[in-house]
Design a protein around this ligand. Structure first.
Ligand code: SF4
Length: 264
């Protein structure tokens, strides 16, 4: 993996998510190497093999934050703020320190337990929150789809520690891969450690998308018997797989009074 310096580009950029006006991505690229990553479709760089860091993140971001009022900022839309490189580069920690110094707060989404390192800063912020995403019940299968992430159980353990420390937590089951992701056991594992679980299906726009081509390679190599079923569920015009799963989860939500936010 190559580390390069990012030529000038804004660090703080407008965010399209509800409830957030701005987002910060401390890196360009992501070492986690999830083969389904939607960022692969728009990447201008070799996303998992060359990671860009900002030359002087602190002074650049300080200037950018100075132009807006204190608020909660989303981290990270395009990359994981706690990829392995963060242990030496500390770009995410620098961002959080700046947020804290200037009255901002953070909403973090990660697949790593490295976020625990920054609990001291998150606890000091007004209403900081951390989300952890998981998609696989079996860690052997996880490694086929996410080459360099940590075990599902370790992510959930991190979520538990964050919650115990008084930090607001949520979880994402994302992406649900038809006939591979078993959603209900993941809900059971996550539910004691979070107030809300968001559930999103695998979203592919076109068969020519880079992430779908990656998934096809995995299916050909490891799940040849499921390939046709999965492809049909992903691209079927009647969305029957998703409608059925949604109905099942809505029943579960009602029966067990769960706080599920289902986007299937
Ligand atoms: S952690 Fe997120 S940004 Fe990084 S490769 Fe995986 S899906 Fe993409």
């Amino acid at each position: 993996m190559k580390v390069s310096i990012c030529s000038y580009r804004p660090i703080l950029v407008p965010c399209s998510l509800d409830n957030f006006d701005y987002q910060v991505d401390p890196y360009v690229g992501c070492e986690h190497s999830c083969h389904y990553c939607y960022a692969l479709n728009q990447a201008e760089t070799d996303w998992a093999k060359e990671i860009f860091v900002y030359n002087d993140l602190t002074s650049q971001l300080r200037g950018e934050l100075g132009k807006i009022s204190p608020q909660k900022i989303y981290m990270s839309y395009y990359t994981d703020p706690y990829q392995t490189l963060e242990t030496e580069q500390c770009q995410t920690r620098k961002v959080l320190k700046l947020f804290l110094e200037n009255g901002f707060s953070a909403s973090i989404l990660t697949k790593s337990d490295l976020v625990l390192r920054d609990m001291d800063l998150l606890k000091e912020m007004d209403n900081a929150s951390v989300s952890v995403s998981v998609a696989f019940n079996d860690n052997h299968i996880r490694q086929q789809f996410e080459a360099k992430t940590i075990d599902t159980e370790d992510r959930i353990a991190a979520l538990s520690k964050l919650r115990e420390a008084g930090i607001k937590t949520s979880a994402l089951i994302c992406p649900v891969i038809p006939f591979i992701t078993d959603v209900v056991p993941l809900v059971d594992m996550l539910e004691p450690h979070t107030d809300v679980i968001w559930i999103y299906g695998l979203s592919i726009n076109e068969r020519s998308d880079k992430n779908w081509q990656n998934i096809q390679d995995i299916l050909n190599n490891h799940f040849p018997k499921l390939k046709e079923q999965i492809e049909s569920a992903v691209f079927s015009a009647d969305h029957s797989y998703w409608i059925q799963l949604r109905q099942e989860l809505e029943r579960l939500q009602k029966d067990r009074q769960l706080n599920l936010n289902i986007h299937l």
